[in-house]
Design a protein around this ligand. Structure first.
Ligand code: PLP
Length: 409
């Protein structure tokens, strides 16, 4: 018989989105007259920015002509895109990142999920709770999870709670892990980490030899200068941090698939024999072996987002979702409920009171024709909370708000 990776046996099925889907379908069947407003969406709703569409049409034409046709591209991504990213996202903002430290991929999820390939097998990882589940599950698949505990956590993973009490800023763990995952703006809480909090984390990682895997998939939503858009705005981060970014939520690219990972040459790791080497070379080796590059057409589309029209479109799209999130945050705050997120972020996170758990709040909102995502599905500290999304139209958002007001006022 074929021997399987036992770590998959230990992984529980993901009930969260299936559970949401099943409850919404049942509600729809017994209440066909109710027009449900979907506030659980984790996907953009605006179409791809026009400059990217035009650039992709031109790239399709390139493929039809022998003189401009492109076959296999560089595994690390085309220089035209890497250079645009290095210039516009980093160097023009005074950040020291070179084009050859940028790796283009098919979205942040793949790179985040694949990154443990280059890390040690005996690795302690730390994540925030609640957490974007990919950080945990990819490490469990690689054998870093230990055993599953009754509360849904893994014995081998340190969980750093995010709550209203600590202002959704994770405290340092009792014992230094090998790797810590941080996400700002955060999915699911919609909260951000300010400059001081990130500087303290970078100092901690430097002092303790910890690798920081920094997920800034939602950085395009940041408007406030005291919230860093990149971890490399923090002094010393070039020595300890890898950054994951995506065009998905920036310009309607969730279905096109393009993102990038920054691995500075100055982040160094150690083999078991004591010898040291930059992670950059290992990630390059890994990508060259297992990845043949993101599509030329999509990379041309992403490049167009750095043109003046591309930037304007990105700003307009993120502004629309931010407006929705802000309306939600303000309306829920006015009801006197505990609410977080919705500033510099498309997600809003709220609870209705100590006696109501996440699924009860989900069901109550659904009875009013509004969907949400139960916070407990993202980790024990999400208990009682639900996540609402700004990824809808302003009209639908207003409709959801009036229903939430009628229900919870
Ligand atoms: N990181 C976070 C925090 C996310 O919420 C998502 C998508 O929802 C991703 C990464 C992955 O984005 P993509 O693979 O579309 O680039």
């Amino acid at each position: 018989m074929i021997k399987l990776n036992d770590n998959f046996q230990a992984l529980p099925p993901t009930y969260l989105f299936a559970g949401v889907g099943a409850r919404v379908a049942a509600f729809r069947e017994s209440n066909p007259e109710v027009d449900i407003v979907r506030m659980d969406i984790g996907d953009v709703t605006q179409p791809v920015c026009a400059p990217a569409i035009e650039a992709m049409h031109a790239a399709v034409a390139d493929m039809a002509d022998a003189s401009t046709f492109r076959g296999y591209g560089p595994e690390q991504g085309y220089p035209f895109l890497r250079e645009a990213i290095a210039r516009c996202d980093y160097q023009q903002r005074g950040i020291d990142i070179a084009a050859d430290e940028i790796f283009i991929g098919d979205g942040a999820k793949s790179d985040i999920g694949n990154f443990p390939d280059i890390l040690g097998r005996e690795l302690n990882i730390a994540v925030t709770d609640p957490v974007y589940p990919v950080y945990v599950d990819s490490n469990v698949m690689d054998g870093h999870g230990g055993s599953l505990l009754p509360d849904g956590r893994w014995s081998g993973i340190s969980y750093l709670p995010l709550s209203a009490t600590n202002g959704f800023v994770p405290d340092f763990p009792a014992t230094a892990p090998g790797v810590v995952y941080l996400c700002s703006p955060n999915n699911p809480t919609g909260t951000t980490l300010g400059r001081d909090a990130l500087a303290a984390w970078v100092d901690y990682c430097r002092a303790n030899g910890v690798l920081m895997l920094f997920d800034s998939a939602y950085e395009a939503y940041i408007r406030h200068a005291d919230v860093p858009r990149s971890i490399y705005e923090i002094e010393g981060a070039r020595e300890v941090a890898v950054e994951f970014r995506s065009f998905s939520k920036t310009a309607g690219f969730t279905g096109l698939r393009c993102g990038y990972t920054v691995v500075p040459r100055s982040v160094v790791g150690r083999y078991s024999d004591g010898s040291t080497t930059p992670l950059h070379g290992l990630w390059l080796r890994r990508q060259c072996t297992k990845f043949n590059g993101a599509s030329y057409i999509v990379q041309r589309g992403a490049e167009a987002l750095y043109s003046p029209r591309g930037r304007e479109c990105t700003r307009r799209q993120t502004e629309l979702y931010l407006g929705n999130a802000s309306m939600l945050r303000n309306a829920i705050g006015q009801l006197g409920l505990t609410v977080a997120g919705g500033i510099d972020s498309p997600y809003v996170w709220f609870r209705a009171g100590a006696g109501i758990d996440s699924w009860q709040l989900f069901d109550r909102l659904l009875s009013a024709g509004v969907t949400s995502t139960p916070g407990s599905g993202f980790g024990p500290s999400g208990a009682g909370y639900v996540r609402l999304t700004g990824f809808n139209t302003p009209d639908n958002t207003r409709q959801a708000i009036s229903r939430i007001r009628a229900l919870l006022a």
